[in-house]
Ligand binder design. Structure first.
Ligand code: ZN
Length: 318
């Protein structure tokens, strides 16, 4: 049912030959896009909490200022300490482990912050924080930086509040990137480790949704419709984006994306990846020394942060 408008949007994008104008004219009011009655109305949140995107950007800047943070480096240790310092007083689990890679053994560390709710279910919001091991002079401002910063701001949002609903767990994955070349075995080290653990201890059954954020700080924000993501969650994200008038930044193209959500999808957890894989012309900044702070915008962090909070509300209503 959604394939026709999706194809139509791709056609428009190709024929216009220019992605620069995408954010301008498409915003519609909630009344225009929302059905007047039916199930969607019942699941539409009435309030719209927002994140402090300036603070999320400040955290991103501080993470990037640490410099490259590949596994095994001083920068990697520093960014771990930086994240943990910001989570002081929260319930934090360290999922530390050692793994074999094509270039030897590495100690990796997933960081999980837990904000309890009243119901026996969990919603996970996640990102990876390390930078790509083989890349030199690479700070990953967008790739790993922006999402780690936004997750820290989401922690501020959840801290100290009573949650009437599922618990929220924030996860900073380690070892998302390949150590040599992306393959099924050389990638997603941290998320595979957490997924295996949650499968064994029964946590996986309690997870209502896993939302993964990756490369969403790009000033020219175009979030893909990832065909490996859960279709219902994809729709929930789009409904949330539409409620804010942000839908022009979502789903102009459909791609199948391999990312930290896949190990969870593989054990039956509904998972969605919010990722912009069009970073610079023809993705030219991705995994290069061009992935720097000047390519990011606070507005993009605002859009994604607000949509995530709205999705959380929608999931509680479903
Ligand atoms: Zn990457």
């Amino acid at each position: 049912m959604r394939s026709t408008p999706a194809l139509w949007m791709i056609f428009l994008l190709i024929t216009s030959g220019c992605a620069q104008n995408k954010s301008a004219p498409e915003a519609k009011t909630v009344a225009e896009v929302m059905p007047a009655a039916g199930p969607e109305k019942a699941s539409t949140p009435q309030s719209a909490p927002t994140v402090n995107a300036n603070r999320a950007m400040q955290y991103t800047k501080e993470i990037v200022a640490i410099g490259p943070r590949p596994p095994g480096s001083a920068g990697h240790k520093k960014v771990e300490s930086y994240i943990l310092n910001r989570l002081k007083g929260d319930s934090v689990e360290h999922d530390a482990f050692t793994t074999k890679t094509p270039v030897g053994e590495f100690a990796l560390n997933n960081i999980i912050a837990k904000y309890p709710g009243t119901k026996d279910c969990v919603i996970v919001i996640s990102s990876h924080y390390e930078t790509n091991y083989p890349l030199k002079n690479y700070v990953g401002a967008n790739d790993g930086g922006s999402t780690s910063g936004l997750l820290l701001e989401l922690a501020n949002h959840f801290r100290g509040k009573k949650r009437d609903g599922c618990s929220v767990w924030l996860v900073w994955f380690d070892g998302e990137e390949a150590f040599v070349k992306w393959s099924a075995s050389d990638s997603l080290y941290g998320s595979k480790h957490v997924a295996e653990k949650w499968k064994m201890d029964g946590t996986a059954k309690k997870i209502k949704a896993l939302i993964l954020l990756d490369m969403i700080g790009d000033a020219d924000l175009n979030i893909e419709r990832d065909s490996n993501s859960d279709p219902k969650l994809l729709d929930t994200v789009y409904a949330a984006a539409t409620q804010f008038g942000y839908q022009s930044h979502f789903y102009a193209r459909e791609l199948g994306i391999e990312d930290d959500h896949l190990p969870f999808k593989n054990i039956g957890v509904p998972a969605v990846d919010l990722i912009d894989l069009d970073y610079g012309y023809n993705d030219s900044f991705h995994h290069t020394s061009e992935d720097t702070l000047d390519k990011l915008s606070t507005k993009s962090l605002q859009i994604v942060g607000d949509v995530v909070l709205n999705v959380l509300q929608r999931l509680e209503l479903q």
